[in-house]
Design a protein around this ligand. Structure first.
Ligand SMILES: [Zn+2]
Length: 330
């Protein structure tokens, strides 16, 4: 049957009909708000390139997650900005003095119901700003994946000990998921899941994040370990490796320019799939909205719905707070 008997517009005639046939919804339980925890006290620094996003000292971060909790959000992703950066990034596995470890302990006290996910990587902690141990290969400094694994395991276990509910290794280190899974299991943390940044592209959309986390590489770039933006099939191979190594959730990052990859990953593996709606994507919406060139609220919801339609179950987004606060979503 076709037109004129069949008219698809019939089910679009009013909001009740549209609601009945709506295929996807964004719910607060889908969203994770990233938070930047800064060393020191009494800090709430707005990040210039990400209006509405702040670096918080531990006590302010605690108050902030309580606010998010009261708005109905239940998960945050923590990034740490340590006082001291060194060649190895040792603050990241410092059980006592580490910025993330301090934040985890304080947050567990302040807001026990909030799920605390930690970024597990080295770029925020190393003096050179790279995601692990660097090695000189024929005059060029490159990331040494194998040497990084041991440190990665140390960091993940230290986070779990301090109260992390889930760890999220973001460095695209070969063998990283297996190393972390083994280390967690050995230390009686076999209940702590891993959200793996499985298909993370060497993207220009990360620009504002580098202001936020103070993590720009001091030399070189990350193209030796992050994926080439042109590749689609390779993402399946990357995700497959992480699945075999024990990832509980797989992630695609960034989001907007990678909808095909989200769709492929969900369709191929059927696993819980996350997408990171990254800093540059957030900044573009905010900038155009501030100019009055787009309706930022409507565009935000359209983007988040797009992720759901593509197959994402979980959306890490800087928009989470405002969605919970202003957009009338439960
Ligand atoms: Zn990194």
């Amino acid at each position: 049957m076709g037109f004129p008997e069949m008219r698809l517009s019939r089910m679009r005639g009013n909001e009740v009909f549209r609601g009945m046939v709506r295929e996807n919804k964004v719910e607060l339980s889908d969203l994770v708000q990233p938070i930047f925890v800064h060393h020191g006290e009494n800090i709430k620094n707005e990040i210039k390139s990400m209006p509405g996003q702040f670096q918080y000292s531990v006590e302010n971060a605690c108050a902030y997650i309580q606010e998010l909790y009261d708005l109905g959000l239940r998960a945050v992703l923590l990034f740490g900005i340590p006082k001291v950066k060194d060649e190895q990034g040792s603050d990241s596995w410092d059980d006592q003095g580490g910025i993330i470890q301090q934040a985890l302990r304080a947050m567990k006290q302040a807001c026990p119901g909030m799920m605390l996910i930690t970024d597990v990587c080295f770029c925020e902690y190393t003096s050179h700003g790279h995601c692990g141990v660097m090695v000189d290969r024929g005059g060029e400094m490159v990331l040494d994946h194998d040497a990084t694994l041991e440190k990665l395991a140390l960091q993940a276990v230290s986070h779990a000990m301090a109260g992390a509910d889930m760890v999220a290794p973001s460095g695209m280190i070969d063998g990283g998921i297996a190393a972390i899974r083994q280390a967690l299991d050995m230390e009686d943390f076999n209940h702590i899941p891993i959200m793996a940044y499985s298909a993370k592209y060497a993207s220009s959309f990360y620009g504002p994040f580098r202001d936020a986390a103070d993590g720009a590489p001091k030399y070189g770039d990350r193209r030796t370990h992050q994926m080439d933006c042109a590749n689609r099939a390779e993402a399946i191979r990357e995700v497959e490796l992480d699945v075999v190594e024990g990832a509980d959730i797989v992630m695609v990052k960034p989001g907007l320019a990678y909808m095909d990859v989200i769709n492929d990953v969900k369709a191929t593996f059927g696993l819980p799939t996350a997408v990171y709606n990254v800093s540059g994507e957030y900044a573009m919406v905010k900038a155009a909205g501030a100019q009055g060139w787009i309706d930022a609220e409507a565009v935000t919801m359209e983007i988040l719905l797009g992720f759901k339609r593509a197959g994402a179950d979980i959306i890490l987004t800087y928009h989470a707070e405002e969605v919970a606060r202003d957009f009338g979503i439960k």
